[in-house]
Design a protein around this ligand. Structure first.
Ligand code: GH3
Ligand code: MG
Length: 455
């Protein structure tokens, strides 16, 4: 995996040092020596992760971080603050400014690479989700979830720890902020995690007779726990296993003796990320469901038509090919509902959709515009041919009465149709309007007929 890291530090020597370590691991590196340049690079979307020195003349790192987090365009860019070891209050300030993580100087190589790798993985996942959410949002269906930062509180945390004293310390550190459930048995923990309802798992790396990394790996491979953030709690001399854990997909780690502020901050940042990812996922899901299909008839819906017609018209214009659009409206449909009930009306709509499918080519796009109004877009079809297709559709609708219930009752149905061929203007609205006007003429001329709009 590779990512582009922006190093922000006013001292060239520091930049060089970090740069050497990161490029040795095949990361792309970019640098800035002041806050203003850093903000510009971030806004121009030039990097995936920011390594930000807290102490800089002029705009310091805390200020840069706050500004990044306040701007929706950069709020979700992961920021690692680099602070002096002897200033624990700086860490808290950094985290308050919204930093995703922090490292202390002198920067420990293992910690640096572990953080950068895990944030790079996260960034890739979020970018992918975000781009899908943006695509579906461009269909005009859902508002993208506002990207303001979640408080990262009120989490339900599953703590897997078999030493009571250690568990108690963690519970008391998080008391009042989160609800912690302790589980001493790793197998039981896996079950509980899979049952859902947790926002994060905290796993002690030294369980007495179970390999905690095996548990982490099981959580990563189960569908139901794959997205659950995992924080491991380790001893400083566990470096190798911390690294293995991060490779397995553990999201973060904290080293004993646990600093309360650090624990609170790490948990908060895991919760924020999870909630943000969840909200993107549900946007995508909602959009996909609404995006394309009308549930009653299984035809594409109006929104799909509006998006897709524009590109069909573009293609036709680009290649100089014909394209004709047909609007169909069922005649006196209201009286079907009035006389036989809404279910009978629905049955007619479904049957109507099936008949249209039978008559047109598979390259034609059939949509339900709404109610009892439908559109068929016929690429590569000039008006003369489209008129014959429309006539065939009309005849097919009229040919046999429609079945409206299980008892086999039938009623006659007809439709009025308007068609229009694309003109010079590559504009979906005006094409739809012209076809609609032709439809109106069919209605006023007595229904059950086809009218072609003049070019
Ligand atoms: P016209 O020949 O002029 O088109 O008359 P009409 O009765 O077909 O047109 P009108 O627009 O007056 O009525 C359309 C009716 O379609 C009214 C509405 O209740 C019904 N309708 C719209 N959507 C649905 C639906 O999903 N299911 C059912 N059963 N009826 C629907
Ligand atoms: Mg009608």
């Amino acid at each position: 995996m590779t990512a582009r890291i922006l190093i922000v530090d006013d001292l060239a020597a520091n930049v060089k040092l970090l740069e050497a370590r990161l490029t040795a691991e095949y990361f792309d590196v970019l640098s800035a020596t002041n806050g203003t340049d850093a903000l510009r690079l971030c806004r121009d979307d030039r990097c995936d992760i920011v390594l930000l020195d807290a102490m800089m003349p002029g705009m310091d790192g805390f200020e840069v971080c706050s500004r990044l987090k306040a701007d929706p365009a950069t709020a979700h860019l992961p920021v690692i603050m680099v602070t002096a070891l002897d200033q624990p209050s700086d860490r808290v300030r950094g985290l308050d400014a919204g930093a995703d993580d922090f490292l202390t100087k002198p920067v420990d190589e293992v910690a640096l690479l572990a953080r950068v790798r895990s944030l790079a993985r996260l960034k890739m996942m979020l970018d992918e989700l975000r781009s899908r959410a943006v695509t579906t949002a461009s269909l005009g269906l859902v508002e993208l979830t506002r990207s303001s930062l979640d408080a990262g509180e009120n989490g339900r945390i599953l703590l897997i720890e078999d030493r009571a004293a250690s568990a108690e310390r963690i519970v008391s550190a998080l008391r009042g902020l989160h609800e912690v459930t302790i589980e001493a048995d790793p197998q039981e923990a896996l079950f509980r995690a899979a049952e859902g309802g947790f926002d994060m798992a905290a796993v002690s790396l030294d369980l007495s007779d179970f390999d905690a990394l095996r548990l982490c790996s099981q959580m990563r491979s189960l569908e139901r726990t794959r997205a659950l953030p995992i924080l491991i709690i380790a001893d400083l001399d566990d470096r190798q296993r911390i690294l293995r854990g991060l490779d397995l997909g553990v999201n973060d780690y904290i080293v004993r003796p646990i600093d309360r502020n650090e624990l609170v901050a790490r948990v908060r940042s895991q919760l924020r990320r999870k909630r943000y990812a969840d909200s993107l996922r549900s946007d995508v899901q909602a959009a996909i469901e609404l995006a394309a299909v009308d549930p009653l008839t299984g035809l594409n819906n109006r929104r799909y038509l509006e998006t897709h017609l524009a590109s069909l018209l573009d293609n036709a214009a680009h290649q100089g090919r014909a394209l004709t659009l047909m609007i169909l409206d069922i005649d006196h449909f209201k009286s079907v509902n009035d006389s036989f009930g809404h279910d009978a009306g629905d049955e007619v709509l479904k049957n109507f959709a099936r008949r249209m499918r039978r008559v047109v080519r598979s390259a034609d796009l059939i949509c339900r515009l709404g109610g009892e109004e439908f559109v068929i877009v016929m690429p590569d079809t000039p008006l003369a041919i489209a008129t014959r297709v429309a006539e065939r559709v009309r005849a097919t609708i009229q040919s046999e009465p429609f079945c409206i219930d299980a008892a086999g009752r039938t009623i006659p149905v007809t439709a009025s149709i308007g068609i229009a061929e694309r003109g010079r203007e590559a504009n979906p609205d005006s094409l739809l309007r012209r076809a609609d006007k032709a439809l109106y003429e069919s209605k006023s001329a007595g229904r059950n007929r086809v009218t072609a709009a003049a070019a």
